[in-house]
Design a binder for this molecule. Structure first.
Ligand SMILES: C[S@@+](CC[C@H](N)C(=O)[O-])C[C@H]1O[C@@H](n2cnc3c(N)ncnc32)[C@H](O)[C@@H]1O
Length: 190
């Protein structure tokens, strides 16, 4: 959704150990890849992978930081990617406002995660399984619009995730139990 990345500064929000970021590097190397996460352990793994021979010619920077208060200058980023992280953020509006603040005008932002299809059913839903923190697609759309991020495209991956869980290739029974959607959104900064 955010390619091509050539000559661009790209941020992976919640990079973890970097599986999305390094796949992205392989497909279309940017000028600079910056990974942000508040897990020092995850960043350490990502940093080590970035030093492997197939990635060491690329410029990578790993930053320890909170996604609700990004240590990044205003309007300085060309593209942003984030996978399976939005649901873990208690203040989604604050996090999206931060994305809007750091993104250049016209920047492309790819966000994927699970979305709720009905109201929260109980207070003991799991945050770790990305259920308790999930919102609906409609709530997400309204939050994006409120901070100047426009939805330019989306891909519904629900059936693919359902099949992986049903075939036991993804250990995530909660996804089926809570009748979740899985979507990838392309947002554009106004
Ligand atoms: C489920 S993992 C996804 C990692 C990676 N994006 C991937 O797809 O493999 C979520 C990541 O978000 C990070 N995270 C969650 N809340 C955060 C916050 N407030 N600030 C920074 N990182 C956060 C976690 O440490 C974790 O690495």
């Amino acid at each position: 959704m955010v390619h091509p990345l050539k000559d661009k500064v790209v941020l992976d929000l919640g990079i973890g150990t970097g599986c999305l970021a390094f796949r992205s590097l392989e497909l279309s190397p940017p000028k600079l890849l910056v990974g942000i996460d508040f897990s020092a352990t995850g960043l350490c793994v990502a940093k080590n992978i970035s030093k492997q021979s197939k990635f060491q010619q690329y410029e990578c920077d790993m930053i320890l930081g909170d996604l609700e208060k990004l240590p990044i200058a205003n309007r300085s980023v060309d593209a942003i990617i984030s996978q399976a992280t939005l649901n873990l953020l208690p203040d989604k509006c604050g996090a999206l406002r931060e994305i809007s603040r750091i993104a250049k005008s016209g920047a492309r932002i790819g966000i994927s995660d699970a979305f709720r299809t009905s109201n929260k059913s109980s207070d003991d839903e799991s945050w770790e399984q990305c259920i308790a923190g999930a919102i609906t697609v409609s709530e997400f759309s309204q939050l994006c619009l409120s901070v100047g991020l426009f939805i330019a495209g989306q891909v519904d991956l629900t059936q693919q995730v359902r099949m992986l869980v049903a075939d036991k290739k993804w250990d995530w029974p909660e996804f089926l139990e809570h009748n979740m959607d899985y979507r990838a959104f392309l947002l554009v900064r106004s």
